[in-house]
Design a protein around this ligand. Sequence first.
Ligand SMILES: [Zn+2]
Ligand SMILES: [Zn+2]
Length: 356
Amino acid sequence: MTRHCPKCGQEPSKTKPFIEGFCANCYFERQPLIVLRHPPQAKICPRCQAYYHRGKWIRQGEKTQPDHLYDMVCDLLDPLFLPSQPAAFEIQLLEPPLGDSAKIKAVQVEITAKADEYPHEEQQVLTIPVTPILCNQCKQTAGGYFEAVLQIRSFSGKLDPDQGDQIVAYLNQRLIENDAPTSSLKFQETRGGFDAKCISGRLCRSLAKNLAEQFGLIATTSSKVAGRTRDGKTLRRDTYLLRFPPYQVQDVIAYKQQPFVITGIRNGRYTLTNPVTEQRETLSPKDLAEIDAELLNDEVETYQVISKEAEVYQLMSQADYSIFDLLPPTQELQVGAMVRAIEWQNQLVLLPEIEE
Ligand SMILES: [Zn+2]
Ligand SMILES: [Zn+2]
């Protein structure tokens, strides 16, 4: 006996299996794969692009905007699929709306569903409306709320703009790594440098510690009463004053009647290297600021190694072509190489390489 599809009259075959008495075509026409439990609705923070999902704000972090939006539609749609038969779903963003997240009104996606057990595929274009809602953190900063302040300054007057840029780039990177929106910090220029107001006291403390170690800054903390909570606890607001010492890595200074090179920063302390004895010393940023040493950078010159005779190198100044002997012991040099050196008490002193 042959069965027929009650709807279209087709007969089943190996390539055309029947489902629940109907041919696959007629079955999926009545019971499609792409069915959603309810229409999706997206919530995006217009300030920081975070989207809301299951009680949490998901931050963009280091993802690109299309990747972030793609993650959003997957998070949104995955739990809503209610296929009539087991199926695999694929989601594709259609012309991802790029740019200012505050202007995104909707996200359009194309959904493709493939039935696991039948040769059947469906496609549907879906428009997901977007509601702009400030995330919890942006809501706080919008209200001018902050718990602590970073003050970035230089020990000797004005902050170098390069130093300022490096600090801001580093802070923004740390925020991403801490899964905090960039609005967690509000920057404000001041006469000697800049301030960064931070919405979280704990975040601010960890940023201050990171900055001091990374950049070798002199750190001073102060705290003042900022008010009282509803349950009577005293609210304190911490200020972290972070200053660059007057010398930086690469500087050559006169210290203990010798030229010293600042060769690096490790764990917040500066390494000073004596180029003659190769002795090293480490100083805290505060101690470095207080040694009151003469800066010798202007006396550093480039020399070319022109010959080597009886273990003595001859070096020629690239500024005035005068010739100096470099006495052993000294590191192995290639004839022709360019080196940095300084004249000190009528002797030429080769300067060490700077650590990365
Ligand atoms: Zn049929
Ligand atoms: Zn936000």
